[in-house]
Design a protein around this ligand. Structure first.
Ligand SMILES: [Zn+2]
Length: 455
């Protein structure tokens, strides 16, 4: 059974989805919402860490036998996008289209599974307007003198419950129209921004304008997944104000619990520091590629640390991850045959442990360590090891199934077989002669507990 740390309760909880059983089907569906990218630039490795952690969550739920229904929004209208489009003197789609494409390219390179619904904000304006209308009608939102619509945080009694803000800190009546702000700015936040010259706008009962950022996630998650979600995941820096505001908007509109499990992934640091423009350390997959680090090596690096721990990215750690991944590939590239036949229960124990580690709040470092234990286990045949490693990789997602075993020429295979026979009869001198022949043909032979390995 999966245990997840719920940011709302501050403790690990047993995960149980709402029973959304379809009639006649035994499989339970888990409804997940994950905040997606703002497509105005390349995703950086901190963003990508979050998407990999969400992918691991999704794969773990599948391992546990759930059907996953996941939504990710694509923020394709916001302050940053508009600023960039204005600078280019182009429509916002000239910014968002290419970066959306690049985003999906990055996900593919990191072997992140496609989710059920990717949905752009601009395709859901109608739903956002409907939700804001509901909030206005229920007395949770009002029009400011600037014409924009704001959420009145004083009306929502449990405002701050996710981020632990003391309600006395809240400055109700004071308004914030920016989408991103800090904890000292806990004020009435904008739901609908009144039109400004040069900005794209859509019609609404309050005049032309555009949605604020927070409202899009409430509108889109409820559209696709219903009023109560099983899991909402995202990066920890979205916890306040974004997720806090999502709760306020959604619960004020429906009167129901919005999210049952809030799951947050920690930051990625670069050389021990927060990524920032001034430090020039905001890296993308392209920057990694320029230094010879492939995307899957970065995925491996992510697996080495628990999602709720800060991950310190350094070039050394990235190279170490790449070496480790290459060693796994090398292992699969060199089949060996030995006579070891482990008991089924012994093999099953590995499978159980692997699943137990992941179910323990996604403990990927232990799952990865177990994978290495399999590779090194002298009691397992190569065939069994390979089967286990590839089975584990269905969750780890390192693309190991694509590794093709090294094809040895028939001549070499024959020499190896002959040498093995001689060794069985303890004719070591003759066996050594064959080893020299193999080496003269340009191959390296190594006797391992799992049998001879030729490379
Ligand atoms: Zn969101």
């Amino acid at each position: 059974m999966l245990t997840l740390y719920n940011s709302l309760s501050h403790k690990k909880e047993k995960f149980k989805p709402l029973a959304h059983r379809r009639s006649g089907q035994k499989v339970k569906t888990v409804r997940i919402y994950t905040c997606g990218p703002t497509v105005y630039d390349y995703a950086h490795i901190g963003n990508l860490r979050t998407y990999v952690f969400e992918d691991l969550l999704r794969r773990t739920l599948a391992l546990d036998g759930y059907r996953v229904k996941q939504v990710m929004n694509i923020t394709d209208v916001d302050d940053k996008i508009i600023k960039k489009a204005l600078a280019l003197r182009k429509p916002i789609s000239a910014v968002t289209k290419p970066y959306t494409k690049l985003f999906f390219g990055d996900l593919e390179k990191l072997n992140i599974e496609k989710v059920e619904y990717y949905t752009p904000a601009t395709a859901n304006i109608k739903e956002m307007v409907a939700l804001i209308k509901k909030l206005v009608a229920r007395g949770f939102a009002y029009q400011g003198e600037d014409g924009s619509i704001y959420f009145d945080i004083s009306k929502f009694k449990s405002y701050g419950k996710l981020s632990g803000l003391d309600r006395r800190e809240l400055k109700s009546g004071a308004r914030v129209s920016a989408d991103e702000y800090g904890k000292d700015n806990a004020q009435d936040f904008v739901l609908w921004k009144a039109h400004k010259p040069g900005e794209p706008s859509w019609p609404s009962p309050w005049g032309a304008g555009r949605p604020g950022w927070h409202i899009e996630c409430s509108a889109m998650s409820m559209k696709y997944l219903g009023e109560t979600l099983d899991i909402h995941a995202g990066a920890v820096d979205l916890l306040f104000p974004h997720h806090e505001n999502e709760i306020a908007q959604s619960e004020a509109a429906t009167g129901k619990k919005f999210v049952r499990y809030w799951v947050h992934g920690e930051h990625l640091l670069v050389e021990g520091q927060k990524m920032s423009k001034s430090l020039h350390n905001i890296y993308t997959l392209r920057d990694l590629g320029n230094k010879g680090i492939e995307p899957l090596a970065f995925r491996y690096l992510i697996l080495t640390s628990h999602y709720r721990s800060k991950l310190n990215f350094t070039w050394e750690s990235a190279r170490a991850a790449e070496n480790a991944l290459n060693s796994l590939r090398e292992f699969l590239r060199h089949p060996s045959d030995n006579l070891v036949r482990a008991q089924a229960a012994y093999i099953r124990n590995y499978e159980k442990k692997f699943s137990a580690f992941l179910n323990k709040d996604l403990n990927t470092p232990e799952a990865l360590a177990l994978t290495w234990k399999v590779v090194r286990d002298v009691k397992l045949s190569f065939k069994t090891k390979k089967e286990l490693v590839l089975e584990f990789d269905k969750i780890l997602g390192l693309g190991l199934a694509a590794v093709k075993p090294l094809e040895l020429p028939v001549k070499i295979k024959k020499l190896i077989a002959e040498r093995e026979k001689l060794r069985t009869y303890k004719q070591f001198v003759q066996a050594d002669g064959l080893r020299r022949q193999i080496e003269l043909l340009g191959y390296k032979l190594e006797d391992t507990p799992g049998g001879p390995v030729v490379s």
